[in-house]
Design a protein around this ligand. Sequence first.
Ligand SMILES: *Cc1c(COP(=O)(O)O)cnc(C)c1O
Length: 220
Amino acid sequence: MSDTVQQFFAVKARIAAAEQEAGREAGAVTLVAVSKTFDAADIEPVIEAGQRVFGENRVQEAQGKWPGLKEACPDIELHLIGPLQSNKAREAVALFDVIETVDRDKIAAELAKEIVRQGRAPKLYVQVNTGSEPQKAGIEPRDAIAFVTRCRDVHRIEIEGLMCIPPADENPGPHFALLEKLAREAGVEKLSMGMSGDYETAIAFGATSVRVGSAIFGSR
Ligand SMILES: *Cc1c(COP(=O)(O)O)cnc(C)c1O
C-alpha cells in the first residue's frame, strides 16, 4: 500500500474516532480529499481505495485532470474550495458538483445565470471570512445571513452550506463556533470546516465536511 493510501485510511480512522468522541453519528462527516497540486497518478490510488469526494482550489488546474478521472469514475463528487472569478463561473458550473466559495453578489448572479443556461446545478456554499482578514476571500460574518437570504430571494440560488478557513495563527475553535452559529441563524445545514491541522476540532464543533489535503497526499 502506498504512503498516500495509508495516510488516507489513517485520516478516515481519525474522522471516525472524532465523530464518536463528539457524540456524532458514524458517517456524519464527509471527507473532502484536497488534491490540489497533485496529478491524476497521485489521485487514482485514493479513488481505488474508495474515496469519492475531492477538493480543488483552482478551476483551471481541475480542468486539466478531473474530466478524465470523472469519466473513469462517474460517482466522483468534485468540490471547488478556492476563490472563484466571475469569468470562470461557466467552467466552474460545468465541472464542479459543489462550489464552496460563493462570497459576493456578482458571483451569485453569474452562477445563477450559468445554472439556468447549462441546466446543471452544483450545490452551493457561502464562504465566510470569520477572521475578517483583508487578504482572504469570503463574506464578512456580519453580512453573511443577509447574503444567504439575497442568494435565495434575489439570485434564486439555494445555499446549502457555509465554509470557512480560520486565520492560520489563531485557535480555530471560536471560528468554527461562529460559522456554526451563522449557519443555524441562516437556516443552512452544511458546515465545511477543518483542514489537516484542525479537522478533529472542527468535527467537535459540528463540521459536516472536512477538507484534508496534506495529511493524505503529503506536503505541497
Ligand atoms: C489547500 C486547502 C485545504 C487543505 O489544506 P491542508 O492543510 O493541506 O489539509 C483546505 N481548504 C482549502 C480552502 C484549501 O485551499
